[in-house]
Design a protein around this ligand. Structure first.
Ligand code: CP
Length: 329
């Protein structure tokens, strides 16, 4: 697919994949490929600059890989984490962001519980804002790394066209910002995306995003070139389901929109037996964190179809590409 020069991007922020064109997506994807195949040390294009991780929700992969990416580019990282911030004293998200900008950092990487928070912050500051996950809305760098990993597995690195590929996104789709970014990006690059889950987790309304919706996994499995499993986001389902351990015993609260976690696993879990019915060459993906034994069996997570740790490695490259494009000029 054609590449757009990065300067033609409508904004110097990265807030979501919805609304991005194929050339805009490909610019980041080609830059990621170049970083992956680069035989020499990557130029430290951000030497002397600082990047702030402004994380109001927990993270392992996203925060860690932005930190590694920034360090490889020569930037220092300031970690500002929700539980330790002066938000607890009544400071607003916007005031927090403006104060961090005033310290002279070159970009804000923002994760927050509220959908739209990164966009709101981007309107208040003059430095690039990268959305690292805003509520159930978007997680664009996760979408980019998932697309790259899928394209790599299916030999599509030349032009990143995903035409002819069917991707099943399975589980708690409604709670998932990863799903929304992937539906947008994968659809734009030509994939067929099928969201699979019980009606409360994969509502028909998702068809308005350009994907299909199914409420049974077994008929979809043999047709999918990639199966992306999603964990149940217990923390977004209300107080009664806030303890995955208790819910894992099969006694999930009503707010989970499923009868029980046991039933969810029986109908939608990617067990070893189900993985055996996947197409030859089909791959298993998961953005993490995994709840082993619920949406995904350990044998599948660690098995030959799994791209889960490759997704994490690609995440560093994608975030380097994004930082270079938005901050390094
Ligand atoms: N995939 C993802 O966003 O993981 P973290 O919550 O650990 O960052």
């Amino acid at each position: 697919m054609a590449r757009a020069p990065i300067s033609t991007l409508a904004t110097r922020h990265l807030l979501g994949l919805q609304g991005m064109t194929a050339p805009e997506l490909c610019e980041f994807l080609h830059a990621t490929r170049e970083l992956d195949t680069s035989s020499t040390d990557v130029a430290r294009t951000l030497e002397g600059r600082s990047i702030a991780n402004l994380f109001f929700e927990d993270s392992t992969r996203t925060r860690g890989s932005f930190s590694v990416a920034a360090a490889r580019l020569g930037a220092s990282v300031v970690d500002l984490l929700g539980s330790t911030l002066s938000i607890s004293k009544g400071e607003t998200l916007i005031d927090t962001a403006c104060n961090v900008e005033a310290m002279g950092v070159s970009a804000l990487i923002v994760r927050a519980r509220q959908a739209g928070s990164s966009r709101m912050i981007s309107r208040a500051v003059r430095i690039p804002v990268i959305n690292a996950g805003d509520g159930k809305h978007e997680h664009p760098t996760q979408g980019l790394l998932d697309i790259f990993t899928l394209a790599e597995a299916h030999g599509r690195l030349e032009d990143f066209s995903l035409k002819g590929l069917t991707v099943a996104i399975v589980g708690d789709v409604a709670s998932s910002r990863v799903a929304r970014s992937n539906i947008a990006g994968m659809r734009t690059l030509g994939a067929t995306v099928v969201c699979v889950g019980p009606p409360g987790m994969a509502p028909k309304s998702f068809e308005s995003l350009g994907c299909k919706v199914a409420h049974e996994l077994d008929p979809i499995l043999p047709k999918a070139d990639a199966v992306m499993m999603l964990r149940i986001q217990f923390e977004r389902h209300g107080e009664s389901a806030n303890n995955p351990g208790a819910a894992g015993s099969g006694e999930a609260g009503k707010s989970l929109t499923i009868a029980s976690v046991r039933e969810f696993r029986e109908r939608f879990g990617l067990t070893a037996a189900r993985a055996d019915r996947m197409k030859p060459g089909a791959v298993v993906m998961h953005p993490g964190p995994i709840n082993r034994g619920i949406e995904l069996d350990a044998q599948v997570a660690d098995g030959p179809r799994s791209l889960i740790l490759r997704q994490v490695s690609v995440g560093v490259l994608v975030r380097m590409a994004v930082l270079r494009a938005l901050v390094g000029e």
